[in-house]
Design a protein around this ligand. Structure first.
Ligand SMILES: [Zn+2]
Length: 182
C-alpha cells in the first residue's frame, strides 16, 4: 500500500496541465498502484495523478465494481447532456454539486503496459471519464457549472472546513523591507 496525500482545491498542481506519459516503465506501474490504493482508501470513484501531485496523464477509476486505469486518454463525447447529475471530487472533500456532463463517453488511451485500450461508458462511468480527463488538463468540475451554480459552489467551498488548507505557506523574510509591501 502506498497511500498518498490528496491535494485540495487551491493547490496549483490541480490547475497545471499534465504531461503525456512516454515511458511505460516500472515507475509508471508504481504510480498506477499509488493512485489505486489512494482512491480505494479515500474512498473515491476516480483519481487523477495531479491530485497526488504527479503531472502525468494518468487516472484510475472504480465504477460499478470495475477497477481500472487509463493513460494518455482521448475522449469522444455524446452531444446529449445530463444537466442535473450530482458530482463530487476528492480534492473538494464532502461537497457535491449538479454538474452538466455528456451522457456517453468513449475514452481511448493505454494501459500501464503501453497496450491500447478503449473504455466506453454511460452515466456514472461517462461522468467519471470526463471528470478525470479534465483533471489532466487542469480543469475542475466547478469550471463545468453554469455561473449561478458555480457561485453556490464557491460559497460552499469557502465555508468548507478544509478551505484554504492548501494555500502556500507565506514565509516572512528575516530581512527588513523598510515598510514596503513585498
Ligand atoms: Zn476530481
Amino acid at each position: 500500500m502506498a497511500i498518498q496525500p490528496i491535494r485540495l482545491f487551491g493547490d496549483p498542481v490541480l490547475r497545471t496541465p499534465a504531461d503525456p506519459v512516454t515511458d511505460f516503465d516500472k515507475e509508471l506501474r508504481k504510480l498506477v498502484k499509488d493512485l489505486t490504493d489512494t482512491m480505494m482508501d479515500a474512498p473515491g470513484a476516480g483519481l487523477a495523478a495531479p491530485q497526488i501531485g504527479v503531472g502525468l496523464r494518468v487516472f484510475t477509476y472504480y465504477i460499478d465494481d470495475e477497477l481500472g486505469h487509463l493513460i494518455n486518454p482521448d475522449l469522444d463525447l455524446s452531444a446529449d447532456l445530463d444537466e442535473e447529475g450530482e458530482e463530487g471530487c476528492l480534492s473538494f472533500p464532502g461537497l457535491t454539486f449538479p454538474t452538466p456532463r455528456a451522457i456517453r463517453a468513449v475514452a481511448k488511451g493505454f494501459n500501464m503496459y503501453g497496450e491500447p485500450v478503449t473504455i466506453e461508458g454511460s452515466e456514472l462511468m461517462a461522468r467519471c471519464l470526463q471528470h478525470e480527463t479534465d483533471h489532466l488538463n487542469g480543469v475542475l468540475f466547478i469550471d463545468r457549472m453554469d455561473v449561478k451554480q458555480r457561485k453556490l459552489a464557491m460559497k460552499a467551498i469557502r465555508e468548507a472546513e478544509w478551505s484554504g488548507m492548501s494555500a502556500p505557506v507565506v514565509k516572512v523574510s528575516p530581512h527588513a523591507t523598510q515598510g514596503r509591501a513585498i
